[in-house]
Write a protein that binds this ligand. Structure first.
Ligand code: DGL
Length: 298
């Protein structure tokens, strides 16, 4: 249901919670702000524990839960997992346990790819933990059986983007190597399955060729969030003035520069949280509250 179709006049001005392992999730925030300008957003970037992409499934699931606890504590009405690695490893757990609607980035990206492919060959690139989980592959095949999927982990893309080496010679060299299997297998649709990869769109498009359709999970996720808010009658009032808040578990080196690259605007005020202290003070209460549901997963 679209915002304009919401005729029930039930509104909810509470913020949407968005989390990521760092500041890359701001690519998703940018799309949310564009699509749902009346919604307030509370963003949590777990910069103290980034990267998630090199970690085990078990650790990523625990981190995703703890990040969600932080957002719940801030009173959010829904949670968007902007991190592909956390989405790939923790969505079933979060959907089962959390008391608010949740969406990740995998289903929206997979759905768009299935709709767009013409030759039935879809490429997926992401962090090592995302590719290892095979979640994109499973979701694509669940939506449409019989498609060919070519997956490739591209672990060097995240540091290249953070360093700002977007159109660099070294980036082209590395991208050519990672993307060769996509060219060899003739994929016509490629999912950019990591928060950082939309920034490399130009480089990737030049290498795979203009005929390949690139799927930006952030754009697709904003569309799904709109649907989710509609289904649950959670839209903010149409004249609501949004108030965005940004929290990080550490203030990283060159933060403003990196964040602006992702959000394409400056971030007015960022609050650093002592996340360890938050978990010490409130973590146990949250774990206890969901103990039964968690037992099946952890
Ligand atoms: N946010 C992560 C993702 O989208 C990339 C950075 C990381 O490895 O934590 O998979």
């Amino acid at each position: 249901m679209k915002r304009s179709e919401n005729q029930t006049a039930r509104y909810d001005d509470r913020p949407i919670g968005v989390f990521d392992s760092g500041v890359g999730g701001l690519t998703v925030v940018k799309q949310l702000m564009k699509r749902l300008p009346q919604e307030s957003i509370i963003y949590f970037g777990d910069t103290a524990r980034i990267p998630y992409g090199t970690k085990s499934e078990k650790i990523v699931r625990r981190f995703a839960l703890e990040d969600s606890f932080f957002l719940l504590d801030k009173g959010v009405k829904a949670i968007v997992v902007a991190c592909n690695t956390a989405s790939a490893n923790a969505i079933p757990l979060l959907e089962k346990v959390l008391p608010v609607p949740v969406t990740g980035v995998i289903h929206p990206g997979a759905e768009a790819a299935v709709q767009r492919t013409r030759n039935g060959k879809i490429g997926v690139i992401g962090t090592a933990a995302t590719i290892r989980s095979s979640t994109y592959r499973k979701e694509i095949l669940r939506l449409q059986d019989g498609l060919q999927i070519v997956s490739q982990a591209c672990p060097l893309f995240v540091p290249l983007v953070e360093e700002g080496w977007i159109e660099d010679e070294a980036t082209y060299l590395i991208a050519r190597r990672y993307l060769q299997p996509m060219i060899d297998n003739g994929v016509d649709t490629l999912i950019l399955g990591c928060t950082h990869y939309p920034l490399l769109k130009n480089v990737i498009q030049k290498i795979v060729g203009p005929q390949v359709n690139l799927v930006d999970s952030g754009v697709e996720t904003a569309r799904v969030v709109e649907e989710l808010l509609g289904e649950h009658h959670l839209f903010a009032r149409p004249d609501h003035l949004p108030d965005h808040q940004f929290f990080l578990s550490d203030l990283p080196y060159k933060f403003q520069e990196i964040a602006e690259r992702f959000l394409e605007q400056s971030i007015p005020h960022v609050q650093t949280v002592n996340f360890e202290q938050f978990l010490m003070e409130k973590g146990e209460t949250f774990w206890k509250a969901y103990e039964e549901e968690l037992a099946a997963f952890i």
